[in-house]
Design a protein around this ligand. Structure first.
Ligand SMILES: [Fe+2]
Length: 189
């Protein structure tokens, strides 16, 4: 089931047409994910696990599932109007792990500016509690095992090209203006 993010429409710095297209793309990942689950269950029943078709569909799951889930993290962590609480847990943790908020921001935005299509993700390592900025290629390559996404930023061109053309930095600024820091802090352990 797709989550309803229509409440984000009207957000400053994001046109309605960009957001509506982006929400339709998200719906596509949900649909494909459901389809894959169905197809794989049918193949299992029919004893077709040894086939190349089964193997390719299994591989495809990494793309479709992460395409769905990362959009849920992304849409879930925007639409906020309040600045990061400077005395809150997250701010303290960013300072602890990166030296200062601005060092973290520089690294996160630098990750988001990398050439290619994918995602910039601030993760928390569940084993050590440490925060890490990471680049994900497309939807499925580069995830850190045992880490929880805390802040997720889409940097596929569809996330900004309608409003910002090739100016990814301007989109990243608009994204930062709309981060829902309360949600982000709530993901922290
Ligand atoms: Fe996207």
């Amino acid at each position: 089931m797709a989550v309803d993010y229509s409440g984000l429409i009207g957000m400053e710095g994001f046109s309605d047409s960009l957001l509506n297209n982006h929400l339709s793309l998200y719906q596509g990942y949900v649909n494909n994910c459901n389809k894959l689950i169905e197809l794989l269950a049918a193949m299992l029943k029919e004893g077709k696990t040894g086939t190349p078709e089964y193997a390719e569909l299994k591989r495809r799951m990494g793309f479709e599932f992460n395409g769905m889930r990362l959009h849920e993290y992304y849409f879930g962590n925007i639409g906020g109007k309040q600045a990061l609480d400077e005395s809150g847990r997250l701010a303290k943790k960013l300072i602890e792990d990166f030296g200062s908020y601005s060092e973290w921001e520089k690294d996160f935005q630098g990750t988001g500016m990398m050439r290619g299509i994918g995602w910039a993700i601030l993760y928390q390592d569940n084993m050590t509690g440490k925060l890490i900025n990471q680049w994900i290629n497309e939807h499925e390559t580069g995830h850190l095992a045992g880490c929880t996404p805390i802040l997720v930023m889409d940097v596929f061109e569809h996330a900004y090209i309608t409003d910002y053309g090739l100016k990814r930095a301007s989109y990243i600024q608009a994204f930062f203006n709309n981060i829902n820091w309360g949600v982000v802090e709530g993901r922290l352990k």
